[in-house]
Every structure is written in C-alpha cells, then in structure tokens.
Design a protein around this ligand. Structure first.
Ligand SMILES: Cc1ncc(C[n+]2csc(CCOP(=O)(O)OP(=O)(O)O)c2C)c(N)n1
Ligand code: SF4
Ligand SMILES: [Mg+2]
Length: 363
C-alpha cells in the first residue's frame, strides 16, 4: 500500500499593510514587522560574534520555517559557533554535514522522508527540510553536491548564507568575496593595491540559469520580511529551491557591530546586491527596485575591509553597480554615472568622504 505525501503550505507574511511603519528621510520603511510566530527554533545562547549576520539569518529563517523542520548545516562558522560540546541552540532536529556534502546529505533526508511516508513508516506530514551552507561551502567546495540536489529536484530548501569569505578558518577569500574586499588571503600591497582583483561569482544567477525548474531568490538580512517570505515560498515550492542571502560578518568585514541590518539595506541601495526572485513556472525574474539609489561609497566607507581602496578601485566598483542597475531595469542617475570616472573620486576623496582605516581582517 502507498500512502499520500501531505505537504505544508506556510502562509506568507503581509508586506503591504505597513500602517505601523515609520519612514526615514528616504521613504524607507523602518521598524515594520508583521505579526510573527513567537517560536524561535534557533534559540538564544549560541556563540557567534556580536552582530553576526549569519546568526540573524538563521533566526529569521527558522522562525519562518517553524517547529516541523529538519535542518542541516555544513562545516563553517554556523556549525562551529553553534555546536559547543553537548549543546546546540536548535529546538528542531539539526545535523552537521561535511562542508562538501550539504546538498547530498539534504537530498538523502528529503528522499528518506518521502519514502518513509509513502511506505507508511512515518505518519507525516512531510517536514520542512532545509540546509544553510556558507558561501565557501555553497559556491566553492560543496557547489557540486548542491547543484546535483537542485537538478534532481529534491523537495528541500538549499540556502547559502553569504558572508563573502571563509570566515571560520580565519577570513580567507572565497568565490563570493567582492572585488577589492580584503581577506587574509588577499592582502593589499604594492603589487596588488586593490587586494582582491576578481569580481564575485554570481552564484544565484548560476543556480537559476542552471536549474530552470527550481525556485531561486536573493535576499539580505536588511529585509527580514522578504527573507522570511522567500524562506516560506522556497519551502512551499514542491521540488528544490535555492535562496542566496547576504549576511555581513562583523569580524571579517570590520564594521560597527550595530550596523549589520543597515549594511543589508545599503548593499542593495548601492546596486551591489540585486534582490530578485526567479519563478520557474513563468521562467521569469522579478526584480526589487529599491526606493533609494546611493553611490557605492555610502556602503564601502562603513567597512574596514575596503579602507585601502584607491579612487580607481572605487570607480571600478561603481561601474559594476551601474551595470547591475541597468540589468534590473533601473535608470542610472547622472551623478552615479559621473562616479565611474576615477578623477571624480580623487576630488571627492579629498573633499567629501574618507575611507576607513584598514587595520586588517579581524581587527
Ligand atoms: C573539505 C574541507 N576543506 C576545508 C575545511 C576547513 N574549513 C572548515 S570551516 C571552513 C570555512 C567555511 O567557509 P564558509 O562555508 O563560507 O562558512 P563560514 O565559515 O564563512 O561561515 C573551512 C575552509 C573543511 N572542514 N573541509
Ligand atoms: S566570524 Fe563572522 S560569520 Fe563567524 S561568527 Fe563571527 S561574525 Fe559570524
Ligand atoms: Mg562564508
């Protein structure tokens, strides 16, 4: 006898009825939160750094997923800092996987639950199954196993928490480290003044283009409701889903501890992290158009990892941001176009802004 597999359909949080929101001078809604579940499957008491972006992401994702959830986590900060001997902050089943195996492990969990429910050996319903892998895992060492899982369309949500470095082993460069982002493996100096010469790997677009039957989305910890709704959409989607979330690393990026969420907005408003959703049914991308467009320096100057950048490096960054604005269907205002000129930055650097002192990663 074969039993039916019953799946959860999690309701989405209201993003429109923002009566309680207060606007800042740019019209950005502040402090808006809908009624959220009180449960926190990622409880207080973990050992990540103060202001850790991945920890904020873990909390929102698991709040959105709820108690009937099974979580996997490949090696990285969010394994090590959350699994002190005989202690974890999870109130739901959680397993550590090798760094390369987040995709294959989670495939096995998903296939196992499907089989057990069909055979009547697990009463169901089918739980929310997700894995949260770092960028080193999801975009580099473990990308093959995640791509395989997406291709085979296992019913699970595969999340990359992206702190743009191999944080846990000492802030080494990863494929998603931004151009000019300083890490311990990309120090700046006379030979390579920008530190990191390469642009970041466009992981989310690779996943969407390469697996067109999957739900794929990007988000940041600056937009908690968006993050929670995309978590729920990814879990509701029958089949594989991939979510790429920008999560600042306080230790590696060297910024004021309280600025994690603000960075999560500024990275979008400076055109460096397009927020979008790919709908596999329509085969269409839906781009978020932020209400504010800022120069990249509004973002870069908050972080010590960019403090060594010279005017020509900042101009290169602005070129990339401007191409991103065009790619998501937004006009590039003339002042932002002007900032593609390194000469303009030299003048601004002398007169209007200063980059922070770069004391090195982890300072
Ligand atoms: C195959 C393998 N290579 C290297 C390591 C060492 N290692 C442990 S954690 C880690 C960093 C992982 O980086 P990321 O996935 O970005 O997570 P983060 O530490 O940034 O949270 C590395 C390289 C490992 N555990 N396994
Ligand atoms: S090093 Fe970065 S990712 Fe790791 S716990 Fe600290 S802030 Fe979080
Ligand atoms: Mg990382």
């Amino acid at each position: 006898m074969t039993y039916e597999v019953i799946r959860h359909q999690l309701p989405l949080f209201d993003e429109d009825g923002r009566a309680g929101a207060t606007d800042d001078e740019h019209g950005r809604d502040l402090y808006y939160l809908p009624d959220l579940p009180e449960e926190d499957p990622y409880a207080a008491g973990h050992r990540t750094c103060a202001g850790c972006g991945p920890a904020i992401q873990y909390r929102w994702v698991l709040k959105a997923a709820g108690q009937d959830t099974v979580v996997a986590g490949p090696t990285g900060c969010m394994y090590v800092a959350n699994s002190t001997y005989l202690c974890t902050p999870y109130t739901v089943p959680w397993a550590h996987t090798p760094i390369a195996s987040g995709g294959s492990f989670t495939s096995g969990v998903a296939a196992g639950y499907e089989a057990m429910i069909r055979k009547g050996r697990y009463p169901g319903p089918y739980p929310n199954i997700l894995v949260m892998a770092g960028d080193g895992s999801a975009s580099d060492i473990g990308i093959g196993s995640i791509s395989g899982a997406l291709h085979r369309n296992h019913d699970a949500l595969f999340i990359c928490y992206d702190n743009e470095c191999y944080a846990n082993t000492g802030i080494q460069v990863s494929p998603t480290t931004p151009y000019a982002g300083m890490t311990t493996f990309t120090p700046f100096g006379k030979a390579i003044p920008e530190g990191n010469k390469l642009p970041p790997k466009n992981l989310a677009k690779m996943m969407a283009e390469g697996h067109p039957h999957c739900y794929v989305a990007t988000t940041t910890v600056g937009y908690p409701v968006d993050l929670m709704n995309k978590t729920r959409k990814g879990l509701n989607h029958v089949g594989a889903a991939f979510l790429h979330c920008y999560t600042p690393c306080q230790k590696g990026w060297v910024y004021q501890t309280s600025m994690t969420v603000e960075l999560g907005r500024r990275v979008v408003e400076s055109g460096l992290w397009p927020v979008w959703e790919y709908d596999p049914a329509e085969r269409q991308y839906h781009y978020f158009h932020p209400p504010v467009q800022r120069p990249v320096t509004d973002y870069l100057a908050m972080q010590g990892r960019f403090g060594h950048m010279l005017p020509e490096h900042v101009a290169t960054m602005q070129v990339g941001a401007n191409r991103n604005w065009e790619a998501i269907g937004m006009d590039v205002p003339a002042p932002l176009r002007d900032l593609e000129d390194p000469g303009r930055h030299q003048r601004l650097k002398d007169e209007e802004y200063s980059m922070p002192l770069n004391r090195g990663a982890g300072a």
